[in-house]
Design a binder for this molecule. Sequence first.
Ligand code: OOB
Length: 526
Amino acid sequence: MNLSIKQELENRYEKEVWIDSTLGESLESLASKFQDKIAVTFDQVDYSYEDLNDKANRVANGLLKMEFKPGEHMVVQLPNSYEFVTIVFGMFKAGIIPIFALPAQRKNEIYGILQNSGATGYVIANSFMGFDYLSLADEVIEMGYKGKILVSGDSKTFLSTKDLYQESAEVLIENISPGSIALYLLSGGTTGVPKLIPRRHGDYLYMASQVAKRCELDENSVYLVSLPVEHNFPWGCPGVIGTLLAGGRVVISSVSSPDEILSLIEDEGVTITALVPVLANMCIDLLEYDDFDLSTLKVVQIGGSVLDPNLAIRIEEGFGCILQQVFGIAEGLICTTRLEDDDEVRFYKQGTPVSCYDEPRIVDEAGNDVSVGEFGHLITRGPYTIYSYLNGEKECVDEKCYFLTGDRARFCEDGNIQVVGRLMEMINRAGEKIDPTELEDMLISHPKIEDVQVVGIKDDNLGEKICVFIRDDEETLKLNEIRDFLITNKVAAFKLPDQIKYVSDWPLTNVGKINRKELKKMGEIV
Ligand code: OOB
């Protein structure tokens, strides 16, 4: 990476683009502007902007009293709750940097994160969804973690988050600059220890407010957090941060289940929520045999993985509102469709970057820009995209500071981007490259297939072979029927599947994306 290019970009962003504030200061001014207006609803209780600010101040003072120091790292692994928001804002105010771990993460990942970050604190709930986090805390201590542990709920051995709120609510904002690190998000890998993504106050505020503009949020907006809140999508795209900046209300669902989500939309008059495709599909299945009044809903954002256009259409019909596609990476770049885009764009494309300072490019293997309409590697730089992970792990940008997304995408004639999958997911069968999405798009049009994934499975002779996974309780089609169907549709012989498997449910990642690495493993089992 060329450091002088980086410096030039940074100077410009700082001067022209970033919001000149910190997350803590922003909450302070939102509280004086919106006062007793409801900021957050959780578990049927409403909390005002002033309440959130007051609690954040208490937490900030409480943390410093517990001898956490500004600049230190704390891993936060809490379930979706109001407390997550108050604690994290308390950290922003005290200058302590939260690392957003997911409740679904376990011993090896958590210990890896604690160790890589040198965290001095680890915040957990005592238990959630039947899992005992106190035992997890014992395990990471056994593995060598030496920092403090704070528990929400009962615990005999560890510190309690309740003690944080005892301290005075006097305003406290450590001397933090908008360009300093506010939080660490986790990279979206499906195995191994996730990399830590540093996001800064000014860049995060800027991104969230840009996405909020795209979603046309205002003081009447009611945003439902349906996904795990630690994920970039529900936290900042526009998520919690963008909604608060617009003066709206955030409703928090404690679990990502269709019945909880649909009930909350009805009960709380939700106007916008964000889902991953699999979860949206589950909601639509439920809507087919259960009635919910979703009339307040204006926008359903879908992102996180490739959305099949047939599902896109069903989402608008099922939810009775506008679909907004969101392509995003925790490392930065966010692209969305606009609410007024036509069907062609809303159903098939992922829109345009939320900032005119974003510089996405599509390049070939040699790093040269490809023409409009051609697929290639999506790389990008911009005011809220990172240049490196914590500890500089692995070079993730090129010489000119473009972040390498690893996604295969193209620019369409109309300027919208279309992301079709991961570059590495191209199946390499005896040297021939096969794009799994091409087969998936074709197979989904078969009347007996409702949900399908195509993955490459390791094979001694071919390198990789093509495996079709169909989600269905019954085995309705045989391999030769699928091959015949593809042949009728003029698919080249080298792209014909070698294997077919049925599953009743997809294996999912921590945030509910289809876990394709797990599918590969399942495909290898004969
Ligand atoms: C979001 O962020 P991450 O960091 O968990 O995952 C990023 C990866 C992308 O590189 C891409 O492979 C995939 O997830 N992805 C999509 C997509 N949105 C994300 N692939 C196809 N279509 C889309 N719409 O997943 C994320 C962060 C902020 C907002 C939304 C999603």
